[in-house]
Design a protein around this ligand. Structure first.
Ligand code: BJW
Length: 288
């Protein structure tokens, strides 16, 4: 297997050779880690005693919609509390400078949008925490929603001793209320079903328009010059497959990750880069 380069000089030199750069960033939870949001896998990948990914399924919602809503309500609250970091701003700025740049993001936290990332160069592969939709696809109701908490039953508990403090319900030692489905957000259109978060769970199709935008970009005859793989374990498909697809269209691969072992499927090829460290520091350096 080839050894990736680690110097920013060769990376910047490559960028200067591109007349009409066609560059993709595939982003994951590590991009928002230094903003203070946990990732899915590894040490921070648990919510209470649950693997975060085990709550991101339609089956989990069917089994215990109250628990799944508590998980998402907590994450909506956290995402609203934190701020975009320098990497979100650098990606937004780069997209204003480079017309052939596209950001394919798996993140649902709304931080790209709050960094003013231009909408036309942002493909939200896994939806957003700030859209909710009817559980029934036949009804099809969906709305943007930033209300925190979205219903009173999902308000964070108040500390018995200090009413100004909110105990951290991601800590399994903090008791969690059982919330009946009737107290969860209800669909205002069909009035028969609960609403659910507008994110893409395992086994669900990614938004059709987003899939089309991604495939149109990757299949463009102009090819792809570079794919930046930022803060993602690149284990979840179809997103993970975009690295190989970009390679097949001529792209070099640059990985930005805290963990140098998080290598994209297929391994390294000549001309790739691995930048080990915090995306919030490295991405602005690379895209300046
Ligand atoms: C830092 C850092 C710092 C830390 N700086 N770095 C092909 C093969 C095998 C399986 C499949 C396949 N195709 C489809 C599947 C099934 C499945 C899948 O991929 N399974 C795999 C796990 C094997 N895929 C699906 O089900 C997808 N749907 C689908 O394919 O539908 C087909 C279909 C067609 C027609 C009809 C019906 C269906 C859907 C996948 C949806 C994933 N959803 C989630 C939850 C979203 C909602 C939510 O947020 O709760 O998306 S799961 C979770 O994983 C979330 C993330 O977006 C996604 C990726 O995780 P990410 O972002 O990479 O995070 P981590 O934690 O894994 O990595 C963080 C990285 O950051 C690490 O590397 C750290 O080192 C690093 N890091 N701090 C830089 N400061």
């Amino acid at each position: 297997m080839a050894t990736p380069r680690t110097d920013t000089a060769s990376f910047h030199a490559y960028l200067t050779t591109l007349q009409y750069p066609r560059i993709v960033a595939l982003c994951g939870a590590g991009l928002s880690a230094s903003s203070g949001l946990p990732t899915f896998r590894g040490a921070g990948g648990y919510w209470r005693t649950h693997e975060a990914t085990s709550l991101a399924t339609p089956g989990a919602f069917l089994r215990d919609a109250g628990l799944v809503w508590q998980f998402y309500s907590y994450r909506r609250h956290m995402a609203l509390t934190v701020k975009p970091n320098p990497a979100h701003y650098a990606l937004a700025e780069f997209s204003r400078k480079v017309p052939g740049f596209q950001c394919f993001s798996q993140n649902v936290d709304g931080l790209h949008q709050r960094a003013d990332h231009p909408r036309e160069s942002l493909q939200l592969l896994h939806g957003t925490l700030f859209e909710v939709k009817c559980w029934s696809e036949n009804c099809g109701y969906r709305e943007e929603n930033f209300t925190d908490p979205i219903v009173p039953a999902l308000a964070l508990p108040v500390d018995g001793k200090d009413p100004t403090a909110t105990p951290d319900i991601s800590d399994p030692k903090v008791p969690l209320a059982r919330i009946p489905i009737e107290s969860l957000p209800q669909c205002p259109r069909c009035k028969r079903n609960a609403l659910r978060p507008g994110v893409v769970w395992f086994g669900e199709q990614l938004p059709m328009q987003v899939l089309m935008n991604v495939e149109n970009y990757l299949n463009d005859l102009a090819g792809v010059d570079l794919i930046l793989v930022i803060g993602t374990s690149a284990k979840v498909y179809p997103a993970a497959g975009y690295v190989q697809e970009a390679r097949q269209r001529g792209a070099k691969v640059a990985v930005i990750n805290m963990d140098a072992n998080d290598v994209p499927a297929g391994g390294w090829e000549d001309g790739d880069w691995m930048f080990k460290g915090d995306a919030a520091v490295i991405v602005p350096e690379l895209l300046r």
